[in-house]
Design a binder for this molecule. Structure first.
Ligand SMILES: [Zn+2]
Length: 50
């Protein structure tokens, strides 16, 4: 889990910045709004925005 306004890929050997075009899902959770990104490398990164 990452808390950042400019998320990067969660994969250890990738670390590319993620853009809005790679955002697949946005949903509300008790901890905040979660954004699910799918990187070009195939890794999925979830961020939370309060
Ligand atoms: Zn990646």
């Amino acid at each position: 889990m990452i808390e950042s306004l400019t998320p990067t890929c969660d994969s250890d050997d990738c670390d590319r910045p993620l853009s809005a075009e790679q955002r697949r899902i946005v949903y509300e959770s008790p901890g905040g709004t979660r954004h699910v990104y799918e990187c070009d490398c195939g890794a999925v990164t979830v961020t939370v925005h309060r």
